[in-house]
Design a binder for this molecule. Sequence first.
Ligand code: ATP
Length: 385
Amino acid sequence: MYLKLLHLRQFRNYVDQKVLFEAPKTILLGNNAQGKSNLLEAVELLSTLKSHRVSRDRDLIFDPEPTGQVSATVERDVGTLDLAITLRSQGGRTVALNGQSLRRHLDFLSVLNVVQFSSLDLELVRGGPEHRRSWLDRLLVQLEPIYAYILQQYNQVLRQRNALLKQIKQNGEISDSQPEELKLWDVQLAIAGTRVLRRRNRVLERLVPLAKAWHQSISGNTELLEIIYQPNVNLELPNQSLSTTPPEKIQQAFFEKLATRLIAEKQQGISLVGPHRDDVIFTINQTLARNYASSGQQRTLVLALKLAELQLIEAVVGEPPLLLLDDVLAELDLHRQNQLLEAIQDRFQTLITTTHLGSFDTQWLKNTQILSVKAGQIHPLNSCS
Ligand SMILES: Nc1ncnc2c1ncn2[C@@H]1O[C@H](COP(=O)(O)OP(=O)(O)OP(=O)(O)O)[C@@H](O)[C@H]1O
């Protein structure tokens, strides 16, 4: 897939800016706070309908305008597709595909696939479990857009169950119906939670071998990466893998864990059981990467994950996704930069932000369009060679 044209209107610090992508690689060059990451954020929004930086649309709109718009033309094997998102500061965005407004936002999600890599991704290794959960969830939405709906359902149930537990914590059980109500939410939580858990497990089963192979290659066969999914509702399955476990059995495990945590949940007024508490553990040569890996090793790990994501999305979707490198290339040493370059070649359209060109290998400048970004305005600096 190829992002041909991006049009930003009243988006972040862009008033009205068209960008034509004319090469497999595009470098966005500019000083700090000029709008480089904002542009990548617009591409992320077109792909996932989410920004990893903010949750309110108001923050994405050029301050103080009431609306903003991001639109794009994407070339896919099936033909050319036009995407448009209209944001409103009061909320209630609309999305359109080929000029037709879409009622189901899900239909928008499978058009443009991206893998993002920014310095924030190091949090995948050293940050809290919420980073790893949201990474897995974002990947899942790209692979199976229906997962966005599954996750939304789970979060809805979770919110409502939490509200009830909070009431119980504050006021005690004031009516006979509350325990019954809680049981109803338990059932919903177990059903929706099982769906989330099985899909997270499934995506990791496919991603792990790819990431391990990349990691081995980047580390020159000196390091062995292990990635272990650690669901909060854990099943003791000596002879059975989670993927072949029937959903009913996982739901049963949910109920058993819920029963053991019931008193604590009422005391704390919050749900303590479910995939909102899952984690993913990374080890390198059998030691915990989070605590022991050097920053170089952490970078290798994240790079291996990103390369695996590219490969997996390409395999599932059938077309190479875009790669967004936000301020990250300069942080990789020459060896890792070259591994990345070799892996993407000219097959994966890549957008790269940087503050200066001297910070990475000149190999990256081949077949590359360079755009200057200054105070929300974009100008070409070269005709690509
Ligand atoms: N809603 C908004 N309305 C107007 N301007 C905004 C809005 N949101 C962000 N900005 C402006 O956008 C700029 C930040 O741009 P961006 O995050 O893309 O920086 P960058 O060029 O990637 O820089 P760095 O190299 O520091 O990452 C800031 O000047 C900020 O004030």
